[in-house]
Design a protein around this ligand. Structure first.
Ligand code: TXA
Ligand code: MG
Length: 350
């Protein structure tokens, strides 16, 4: 018999309430019970939804890999309620990790540190380091504190697919492969955390994200190396297996263009059905092209954080329309746009 679809439990926690409403707390309790029993629960975070299991239960962690279709060679991020829990999972707590987490946790930055003995092998893909993150989302920190154990959680999508930024995206992508979905609303940041390796000096960014290199350098008052910029994607992937050149991709072929208006005009004239994600909606060129029946012009924010917040949700929505191609204006080449540029390059069809 086919497994039933999971419940989506609404778990709102209005910003002006110091404690969650009773119904939300009941949802957290039910999620904690399922996790304690070795189940899989999709959890909201400020970046993307995670597919969580008890990080100290190797069998539960195996279920994450199976549900995602994720290769066992790609290690998972372990989510903690606070710095004390993080320290308890590390063999050694590097000063860089202390500086970064003191200043930037809770928040969208993951630190790589030497792995402590409590962490099962499958979490780290057998490696000597572990990735730790304390999410900004209060609901998930409360869930971890209620469970009293850390949560291993990759993004709650099938391997190689777009990350989910709403509970609905998780249901669409994973269906009955997950036991319960905790709906904490749309993700505020919208792209995955910055991953920074604190086992080297200077520390290295393995995955650009919402916390920029400039912010990390301010936190440690010293230099931080951007691996992708320094050595290229192949080398970065060798250090962080999730950083494969193709990842985070929508089903519709996607192209980033520095001359998007020309490219869109050419494709539409060639009979293609196009979605164009652009911040230039006031450009007369865009206005005239937008009249075409075969073109969906989607306005995007000009600010990098706001762009990141809506990017995956927009790509999920376009994927449902079965168009021929997505064109996106090439973002500016600045530190603030690094994470967006990185995800777009991985989503690009060769
Ligand atoms: O924002 C996020 O980080 C989200 C939410 C759910 O927290 N999680 C997420 O997980 O993006 P995932 O599994 O989709 O990506 C984790 C990345 C992968 O690129 C993985 O290879 C890398 O972190 N990673 C995990 N452990 C590592 C380790 N010990 N050393 C190097 N890279 C590691
Ligand atoms: Mg992922």
């Amino acid at each position: 018999m086919a497994r039933p679809l999971p419940d989506i439990l609404p778990a709102p926690w209005p910003a002006d309430l110091p404690a969650p409403p009773v119904r939300t707390d009941e949802a957290v309790t039910r999620a904690a019970e399922l996790l304690a029993a070795g189940g899989l629960v999709a959890i909201p975070t400020e970046t993307v939804y995670g597919l969580a299991a008890d990080a100290l239960d190797a069998d539960a962690v195996d279920r994450i890999f199976a549900a995602k279709g994720r290769p066992a060679s790609n290690p998972l991020i372990v989510h903690v309620a606070d710095t004390a829990m993080a320290r308890s999972l590390a063999a050694h707590w590097p000063p860089m990790a202390e500086q970064i987490t003191t200043r930037l946790w809770p928040g969208p930055v993951t630190v790589i540190v030497p792995r402590g003995p409590r962490i099962p092998d499958n979490v780290t893909a057998g490696g000597p380091t572990v990735a730790l993150r304390c999410p900004e989302h209060r609901l998930t920190r409360r869930l971890i504190a209620t469970l009293g154990r850390p949560l291993a959680a990759p993004s709650a999508n099938r391997s190689m697919q777009l990350s989910p930024t709403t509970a609905g995206h998780v249901l669409e992508g994973l269906g009955s492969r997950v036991d319960l979905i905790l709906d904490g609303g749309p993700c505020g940041r919208g792209i995955e955390s910055t991953v920074v390796d604190c086992t080297t000096d200077p520390p290295r960014i393995l995955r650009p994200g919402p916390i920029t290199r400039v912010e990390l350098e301010a936190a440690i008052a010293g230099p931080v190396v951007d691996m992708m910029a320094a050595e290229g994607a192949t080398s970065a992937a060798a250090r962080s297996p999730g950083m494969l050149p193709r990842h985070y991709a929508p089903k519709t072929p996607l192209e980033v263009s520095a001359t998007a208006a020309e490219r869109v005009a050419e494709l539409v004239q060639g009979g293609k059905r196009i979605a164009w994600l652009t911040a230039q909606i006031d450009d007369p060129r865009v206005r005239s092209l937008a009249a075409s029946r075969d073109l969906l012009v989607v306005p995007m924010p000009a600010d990098p954080s706001a762009f990141a917040t809506s990017l995956y949700a927009t790509l999920h929505a376009i994927d449902r329309r079965n168009l021929d191609r997505i064109i996106i204006d090439a973002p500016p080449d600045t530190d603030a746009w690094r994470a967006v540029t990185d995800r777009l390059s991985r989503a690009t069809t060769a």
